[in-house]
Design a protein around this ligand. Structure first.
Ligand code: GEK
Length: 242
């Protein structure tokens, strides 16, 4: 399937239903995420640095909520460690089907296991790196701590969780950063209608936390070494080392 430009919310909709990662989204996903998430390409392009620093021989890397495998493909081309493969997981069958095509077309020999599964039900073990880029925000808040505890337990000592999320801020920062995010989207060609309809669709689906909530939860899961390493407007990424 060829990727198209995102026009999902360009026409007025009578009723706006909750956002789902279905075939229509898969068809435009690359365009959607790069025009909607400020700093996305830069963040993904820094993963080789983190691979160099944290990934070990004879271990596993995980990409949780892998979508079309953007992080998986970068990891695949930066892993030089021996006997280390990638487990990429998403619970959207349409995402996994398209991701599989991209992985099959890719020439790297680093093994990739693709699973269509709920990351809350996944077994994680012998991990030196777990990437969770913009996925925890879609997990029901009541399940987030348990998931992080499972990730912590599955990481080897010295292993890293790369946790990227849309963040919530206190006022007046929240209003200011939301405005900057909207300007980013407008400059990327989204209309006011598209921005507002997408926002309604994501309400109660994407539930953002503050930086403090993330830090506290990571500490509760066992992580002692937490470092915010990237931020672009209200989108941020943390390193949590075991
Ligand atoms: C990227 N990381 O391109 N289990 C598995 N997958 C899930 C679950 C779940 N419980 N809930 C949601 N997802 C990617 C971008 S997108 C972020 C991640 C966004 C999946 C969902 O199907 C979707 O593919 C992904 O998490 C979130 O770097 O679109 O803003």
């Amino acid at each position: 399937m060829t990727q198209s430009s995102d026009q999902i919310y360009s026409q007025p909709l009578e009723a706006i239903t909750g956002f789902v990662f279905d075939q229509n989204v898969v068809r435009v996903f690359r365009d959607m995420i790069s025009r909607s998430v400020p700093g996305y390409a830069t963040l993904v392009s820094m993963l080789p640095v983190l691979v160099q620093e944290y990934v070990r021989d004879n271990s596993r890397c995980y990409d949780l909520g892998c979508s079309l495998g953007a992080a998986t493909l970068v990891l695949r081309h930066s892993i030089t460690q021996t006997n280390t493969g990638i487990v990429a997981v998403d619970n959207s069958p349409a995402m996994i089907a398209q991701c599989k095509q991209y992985i099959d077309q890719d020439k790297s020999r680093v093994p990739v296991e693709l699973h269509c599964a709920d990351i809350c039900q996944l077994d994680i073990s012998n991990a030196s790196m777990v990437v969770m880029n913009f996925t925890l925000q879609f997990i029901s808040p009541g399940k987030r701590l348990e998931l992080l505890q499972k990730i912590y337990a599955g990481l080897n000592p010295g292993g890293v969780l790369v946790l990227s999320e849309k963040l919530l801020f206190a006022e007046p920062q929240q209003t200011r950063l939301t405005q900057l995010h909207h300007t980013f989207k407008k400059l990327n060609g989204y209309s006011e209608l598209e921005i507002s309809q997408k926002r309604s669709a994501l309400e109660n689906v994407l539930i953002a936390d503050t930086l403090e909530q993330h830090q506290l939860r990571l500490q509760q899961a066992g992580f002692r070494n937490i470092l915010p390493w990237f931020q672009c407007f209200n989108f941020s990424s943390l390193l949590a080392v075991k």
